[in-house]
Write a protein that binds this ligand. Structure first.
Ligand SMILES: Cc1cc2nc3c(=O)[nH]c(=O)nc-3n(C[C@H](O)[C@H](O)[C@H](O)COP(=O)(O)OP(=O)(O)OC[C@H]3O[C@@H](n4cnc5c(N)ncnc54)[C@H](O)[C@@H]3O)c2cc1C
Ligand SMILES: *[C@@H]1O[C@H](CO)[C@@H](O)[C@H](O)[C@H]1NC(C)=O
Ligand SMILES: *[C@@H]1O[C@H](CO)[C@@H](O)[C@H](O)[C@H]1NC(C)=O
Ligand SMILES: *[C@@H]1O[C@H](CO)[C@@H](O)[C@H](O)[C@H]1NC(C)=O
Length: 481
């Protein structure tokens, strides 16, 4: 009798368990950039082909800040452009989805202070240029490279953690869980950190300043972690996706089997049952078990987005601002006299400013997203804080064929007084772009997307996946940090 009862209870709980597990979760992902499509891609891998229903909401083009512009019949990157060889997710997913690589072109650079070049590479072999750099900045330059590799090496531990199923509720936890020094790097400015490490002021004020200006349009007051990411972006072996970086999100969305909803989402409503309604244009509302926000949410970007019917204890105010960077693509001939070059042939490919109060932050020669041209391109990309006037363009360029402008709220405006940024905003509600406050980059969006996908996977409990027992055991590990 007793045994029977126990068996009955066992059966009952088994059935209940089945019921819970049999419910295929429905999740709404808001944003079709690399973060949102990456989350869809990772969720599909975790839950299996039939284990989850995913809708991706995107009011613009898939790719978001990964976008191209057309100049005279060719497409050029106007947003996120370069990928570092150690960006493991981007590299791996490109392989999985059959995307090719476009090598970036060999280029020379010069550091410009608004009046003259402080440093200028010659149009000759690398050896001479290396000597020139060493001459100006000393052995410091080499130490700087080691310093950056060391920091990124620490960050690479995140891949192992995520492979084992670890998920973190906030950016600070993710960084601290990866390496305590990384969390500390969010709280100190790059300039302070480098001075403390004994790097020379000259190196910081010139080479380092130029790297932060070209990558994030900001100064060495940014925190140390994002500063290191920017410095890595000045490294070797950079590449891009053949055909355009936006192909990566497009392909991930495809592979995820998610349904694309091409509408603007105005709000999320919390229902009494704990489920969510996503409200979009045309008064459409769909119910979800979970929602992933995959778009920037700050004081000057998407701050109109509203949370309806949340408890008064729920406070999720946008804080901080996104930094404006205007990308002006110009087809034409650079005015070499303006920059003090004697001959047009002496012009460097990248002009990097060591100040952020000039009309522009950088000017670089760019190439189309496909094909391998055999001569130097006559298309340039100018980054500036505010749009350039026609007069400004006319003084920078001798001749102008075409101009295409894209005005971005590009990435966070970084500070060293780090705030706590949540990935898990509420039960079954997540925000990927919190990670941008550590650093905004394609790979970072994927790390954030994977973290959020894993979080939901844990929060939903044991799903009906084709995961092996070994995988499931690993994934049920509780993270306590
Ligand atoms: C000029 C520039 C240069 C850069 N250079 C590099 C680089 O060289 N290398 C690198 O790795 N990174 C670079 N980055 C950063 C990189 O582009 C971003 O970190 C990354 O693309 C962010 O992806 P995301 O999916 O998180 O956000 P986004 O790409 O912004 O995607 C969010 C999406 O959500 C959509 N959306 C927003 N609100 C709503 C709503 N209410 N309803 C429906 N849809 C909505 C938007 O239309 C958008 O498509 C650069 C960025 C810029 C702007
Ligand atoms: C949407 O619905 C609300 C009430 O639910 C109504 O007040 C509003 O006018 C509707 N808007 C549109 C565009 O139909
Ligand atoms: C708020 O919404 C309006 C209208 O949709 C839009 O023009 C504006 O840019 C939005 N503001 C922010 C900060 O997102
Ligand atoms: C090029 O720059 C020089 C120096 O600033 C300026 O005098 C000249 O007008 C510019 N040339 C053109 C064609 O704009």
């Amino acid at each position: 009798m007793r045994a029977k009862q126990v068996f009955g209870i066992f059966l009952l709980s088994f059935c209940l368990q089945l019921e819970v597990n049999a419910a295929v979760p429905r999740i709404g992902v808001i944003g079709g950039g690399i973060g949102g499509t990456g989350a869809a891609y990772f969720l599909r891998k975790l839950f299996g082909p039939k284990g989850i229903k995913i809708d991706v909401y995107e009011h613009g083009a898939i790719g978001g800040r990964l976008a191209t512009v057309n100049v005279d019949g060719f497409e050029y990157e106007t947003g996120g452009s370069v990928i570092h060889p150690k960006n493991h997710y981007v590299v791996g997913i490109m392989k999985e989805l059959g995307l090719g690589r476009r090598k970036t072109h060999e280029s020379t650079f010069g550091l410009y202070d608004g009046n003259r070049f402080l440093f200028r590479e010659a149009n000759t072999w690398n050896f001479i240029n290396t000597l020139k750099i060493l001459w100006r900045y000393g052995i410091n330059v080499i130490t700087l490279q080691d310093y950056v590799s060391d920091m990124l090496g620490k960050f690479e531990r995140i891949y192992g953690l995520q492979k084992s199923g670890f998920a973190f509720p906030s950016v600070n936890d993710l960084m601290a869980g990866t390496d305590l020094e990384l969390a500390e790097a969010l709280h100190v400015s790059l300039k302070e950190a480098l001075l403390h490490e004994g790097f020379s002021k000259l190196l910081i004020d010139e080479l380092v300043t130029a790297a932060i200006a070209v990558d994030y349009g900001q100064t060495t007051d940014v925190h140390q972690f994002v500063g290191s990411v920017a410095l890595a972006g000045a490294g070797a072996g950079l590449f891009a996706v053949e055909g355009g970086n936006f192909k990566l999100p497009v392909k991930m969305l495809d592979a995820s089997g998610a349904t694309l909803k091409k509408v603007h989402v105005s709000s999320i409503e919390l229902l009494n049952t704990g489920k969510y309604l996503i409200h979009s244009t045309g008064n459409h509302s769909i119910k979800y078990d979970a929602v992933i926000m995959a778009f920037p949410y700050a004081e000057n970007i998407n701050s109109n987005f509203t949370f309806r019917n949340f408890p008064s204890t729920f406070i999720y105010e946008p804080s901080g601002n996104y930094h404006r960077t205007v990308s002006t693509v110009v087809k034409g001939e650079l005015n070499h006299t303006f920059f003090g070059f004697e001959d047009a042939a002496d012009v460097v490919d990248e002009i990097l400013c060591v100040r952020t109060d000039l009309a522009f932050n950088s000017i670089g020669r760019i190439y189309p997203v496909s094909g391998t041209p055999n001569k130097k391109s006559d298309v340039w990309k100018v980054f500036s804080q505010v749009p350039l006037s026609r007069e400004q363009i006319d003084s920078l360029f001798k001749s102008v064929d075409k101009i295409v402008v894209k005005d971005w709220l590009a990435y966070p405006h970084y500070r060293a007084d780090w705030r706590h940024d949540k990935f898990r905003v509420h039960d079954n509600l997540y925000h990927i772009n919190a990670i941008e406050w550590a650093a905004s980059a394609m790979e970072m969006s994927l790390v954030g997307a994977k973290n959020v996908a894993l979080s939901f996977y844990h929060d939903w409990g044991e799903p009906i996946v084709e995961a092996t027992v070994e995988e499931t055991v690993k994934l049920n590990l509780k993270v306590d940090l």
